[in-house]
Design a protein around this ligand. Structure first.
Ligand code: HEM
Length: 221
């Protein structure tokens, strides 16, 4: 398993899988299958995939620790950048196709419509994470500060769930489902942190401790 996760081909395969939702959207656009309301369809698809990628990205660290598979971290940056990219498409659809670049109306929406305020906050917080996702930025900030900054992903996740919850009119099952996943992943983090504080892991069990800056840089490549 660890050998597979370390291979280049699995990274390429995961990358290709991440492109599938976009590919399907493009395919549907070319075949006029974007439903009677294409803007709404694109907004909903890209919104769904943004929250899905955020949750998958959040799951990487707990999975790495619980399954003792440090190689999983190789996928975290890629998954996070896909979350950002789908978020960018989602936001761009709203700007260009929904609002036709009417900046005054957009500003009004961001200030007056709570679900837009929450979505906007979530997306805005992803920008520094995407910018500092490179190995150079990990080194420049140092592992500890970089990790602290990247905890913003939890705020983004909560904002994304709130955004979803506030925008649905009646059936709140899906936003509640994502909310439960985010809560579970947060609780796992806290649990693992408390567990790690109880005793120093032996040096020969590096999988159970936090990664150093150099390890993060090396594995994030
Ligand atoms: C972390 C950032 C965000 C996440 C995770 C997110 C997620 C979602 C999700 C899951 C949906 C519903 C999809 C469905 O019903 O299947 C949605 C809808 C929507 N989002 Fe976002 N979103 C984010 C940011 C934004 C931003 C920045 C804007 C615009 C400023 C925005 C505008 C909208 C709109 C207009 C809808 C459709 C609302 C409706 O149908 O009434 N979102 N978003």
């Amino acid at each position: 398993m660890r050998k597979v996760l370390s291979s280049r081909s699995i990274k390429v395969a995961v990358f290709a899988w991440c492109l599938v939702p976009l590919g399907l959207l493009v395919w549907r656009a070319f075949h006029h299958h974007l439903t009677a309301n294409p803007i709404e369809y694109i907004t909903h698809q890209t919104g769904d995939w943004t929250i899905i990628f955020i949750v998958i990205t959040l799951a990487v660290t707990p999975a790495r620790k619980l399954l003792r598979l440090p190689e999983l971290i190789r996928f975290r940056r890629m998954l996070g950048l896909f979350a950002f990219s789908y978020g960018f498409l989602h936001f761009s659809t709203w700007i260009g196709l929904d609002k036709f670049f009417d900046w005054a109306e957009m500003l009004h929406d961001v200030r007056k419509r709570p679900f837009i305020t929450a979505g906007f906050t979530g997306f805005a917080l992803m920008i520094p994470l995407a910018v500092t996702s490179t190995a150079g930025w990990i080194r420049r900030l140092g592992g500890k500060r970089w990790l602290t900054l990247h905890r913003l992903i939890y705020v983004t996740a909560v904002a994304g769930v709130v955004h979803y919850y506030w925008l649905v009119k009646s059936d709140v099952r899906k936003p509640l489902f994502y909310g439960a996943l985010v809560a579970l992943l947060l609780a796992l983090r806290v649990g693992l942190w408390l567990f790690a504080r109880r005793g120093k892991p032996a040096p020969d069990r590096p999988l159970e401790r936090k990664l150093t800056t150099a390890e993060t840089v090396r594995l994030a490549r």
